[in-house]
Design a protein around this ligand. Sequence first.
Ligand code: ADP
Length: 660
Amino acid sequence: MQTGVTETEEERLSALYSFRILDTATEQDFDDIAELAAAICDMPISLISFVDKDRQWFKSVKGIGLRETDIASSFCKYTVASKEVFVVEDARKDLRFANNPLVTRQPNIVFYMGVPLLSEEGYALGSLCIIDQQPRQLSDYQKQSLKTLARQTMDKLELRKKLFELQDAKSEIVKLKDERYIKENEAREVIEHAPMAMALHVGRDMTIRFANSSMLQAWDKDEKVFGLPFADALPELRELDFPATMREVYDSGIPYRNEDARMSYEYQGEIREFYYTYAFTPLKTPEGKVWGLLNTALDVTEIVQSQLTVERAEEQLRLAVDSAELGTWHLDLKTNQLSLSPRSMEMFGFETTEEVSLEAAIGRIEEHYRGLVNSSIQAAIEENQPYDVEYPILSSDTKRCWVRATGKAYMVNEHGPTMFSGTLLDITERKEEDRRKNDFIGIVSHELRTPITSISGYAQVLQRKAQSLAEPAMADIARKTKQQADRMTKLINGFLDIARIGEGKIRLERSAFDMAELVKEAEDESLTTITSHEVVFKPVEFTPVEADQDKIRQVLINLINNAVKYSPPRSRIQVACVTEGNHAQVSVKDEGIGVPLKDHDRIFERFYRVENEQMKTVKGFGIGLFICKEIIELHGGQIGVESIPGQGSIFWFTLPVIIQ
Ligand code: ADP
């Protein structure tokens, strides 16, 4: 605040500025008043003056050429300060003005009379004044007229001010309108591009002001619904409870949200079921009055329906698992936590309330099978192989239960699978049945073997006798009898092998030998026994293995005999043995009927034979490959087939070689 400017002066100045009169152009109305004042009072000079902070400024001047003077030489400031009619009869004799440049020089003021211009609020803004260059006396009429003119001036000013205020208000309205327009357009823009259905409702009848295309689609409507009350626009939804809910939100001002709500209504001419997650958000004025609602909705029909499908599938699976009396298990690979279903707990002989660790469960498996189970689990997790093993559980000191466990590792992240789960099937009955069959096969084979061996011996004696008696026909019969008896012995030996495998009684008698030699022996044998086919043995390098030599020979001979059995006479059979990494791989290749892909695994099962026309002419029991597989796997090797039906097969097996 400047010195000499009181608080009231400040208020006065701001009142003056509110009239926005300073520095404006001359106006006829005001000039007329000044002219009239001068004429009525017969004065050469008249002014309408406003007293600013540092100057006095004249809106209208008659008789002099000034538009403003500094405040120091102002007469009017005295009029303003007194708020009364201020008269100086002879300025030359008045100490306040004698040295005033306006007195000593042009316009040489002698007489001055000022009438204050008082605003409605009572502030003196300036004065209407008359001036002469000689002393004067004014009549009461003249003084009165001057006061009236001053009031007139003020009326004009007040009017102007009101006009300004009106204009201001008008432009404020225009501005607000513009802003609202922009805001509403922005809101529309946002709503239109929102990733969910949205609509703007106004008023208690929920008139639709705007809805985006997703909402229009959900309603199955077009833009014609804009401007209509909700109930009129969407009569199809009248039955649903959200018109009432919307009104409740409107009346209470409390937002509402509903998740996965099921609703059915007529859509494109048919009653359809939908699921929506929707919300009504009240829109309020700054004073808190609700004026509309924002309606947002997300169509979750597909998500909910697929969830329901999954739930139904889970329910079906649960029923299937329960009715098959299957147990389920689940291993969390992150925490190594094992969860067993009540049925699985029962199979393992655990109390249903017990916490069971993986180690505790494996501890209940018969010792002999633990290695197999562990390596199968490892293969399933690390190599994503299907897990399928059969093992006996000692669920108590006396109870032994056989199970088939199957499963799969899944839910892979960057560190590998995180879950490993599957089912357990109680196969004790089947195993018992197998055991009974095996026992039967074992006993029968055993009982048959003794008489067949005798028959073979007698036939041999008979053959020699007939030869010495020079009875070639009889000798031939005896030879054929022996041949048949030997075939039968082989068959019986096969059955005995099966029985032994079933009982886990096949024992390996391992020794170190060279596979090249074994292949050589097989070559020598086939040269004498196989005349129908061209059997080619590829040269084999020294390949040391530690294995049961007789059993490996049995496997190789079996594969060669099968190649002969299942390929046309005079076709070629190739036998090879190569070392790859730390395994020797023996292969037998033929140009025969081949094996359909679907049977590649199954032909290694017990008693399995491919079923087709060509097979009908070839005799067999389907036990050879089963025995081969057992023997090879007991050695830690693998056996398999590659084949194109009609072109031939390659049967192969591997054995670990002795690392030198
Ligand atoms: P078998 O020959 O007595 O039937 P195997 O166990 O030796 O029993 O063979 C099982 C089945 O595998 C055979 O029945 C046949 O369908 C198929 N098979 C085996 N070897 C061959 C081969 N070299 N070519 C085509 N099919 C074969």
